[in-house]
Design a binder for this molecule. Sequence first.
Ligand code: NAD
Length: 353
Amino acid sequence: MKKIAVIPGDGIGPEVIGATLDVLKKVAPGAFEFEEVAMGGNAIDKYGEPLPAESLKICQNADATLLGAVGGPKWDNVPPEIRPERGLLGVRKGLKVFANIRPAKIFAPLASACPLRKDIAEKGIDFIIVRELTGGIYFGKHEAFTTPDGEKAARDVMEYTEHEIRRIAHVGFKMAMNRRKIVTSVDKANILTSSRLWREVVEDVAKEYPEVKLNHLYVDNASMQLIRVPNEFDVIVTENTFGDILSDEASQIVGSIGMIPSASLGDNNRGLYEPIHGSAPDIAGQDKANPIGTILCGAMMLRYSFGMMSEADRIEKAVDDVLKAGLRTPDIFTEGTTLITGSKMRDEIISRL
Ligand code: NAD
């Protein structure tokens, strides 16, 4: 039996997590043991800190962790060291995850939600961004200082070791082997020394995957090509900051924030799975939250952590079928479709499994 640590979190977190647990129980009855963990604002209220040591321990001992969302206005003014987001960083660090995987896939029935030209959207969009999560500028030396002329200045260092690049490149190539076998490595090797090392190491790793076609793109060009020819991408591998920006661009290409899952993986299969949206306090408790992003996290967890490919496929197909039937939560509602609540969306997906 697989042990799953479950962090419902705050706001709509418990709603979307509840729906996902129901889906998992239906798709593989008796296969999972769930342990609920306090994290975020609710943990601040109860324990005075966003990520109690016991919560982290449960996640570390589980086979995978499923997270809703944390935070909300109630905790906006707590001291920075105990803000709910600290809990997020703490759990990512504690689980030693270094690869963030974000699929960008357009479900055919939602093609009209794509802001790109119809002829571009119609070619289909289905790629994955593999973003390095623990290096680069965000984790390099940060420094504010004064120049000899007395002017204020600041610097942030972008630093990567060969090991960090090698392990994320392997994640990308392995993903590509199970997909269309194309890796696009994104860097800025015409200017940055760290990018030149990135390119050199990625090319070296590519030799171990002779079936995979490797392309390189500068990040500025990649941001253009993503909206010009998104259908040409399969797996994009890139460093932390470039990945942060490109994955937000990709999320807009495929529509609502409520639809997109993500996974963060480390050296073992114990991933952290979370939708890309936040706790949406504006709609919390109103049964308006779209649970699909989190339900698709469940599918990713089955695929990447547990190797349960057919169950993952079944979940994704059920989501597709519900959308094909024209059922929509408010965030993806358009004229001519049927407006339903978040819990009805859950029921409709479960009935199609
Ligand atoms: P948000 O993602 O919570 O909401 C942005 C907008 O998208 C809102 O209008 C919201 O109603 C809508 N939305 C989000 N998820 C939805 C869903 N599943 N279905 C339908 N609509 C959905 O971002 P925000 O408003 O900037 O942040 C709210 C809180 O969440 C803040 O406290 C922020 O710090 C926190 N946050 C947490 C995470 C996380 O836990 N990973 C990520 C981002 C923001």
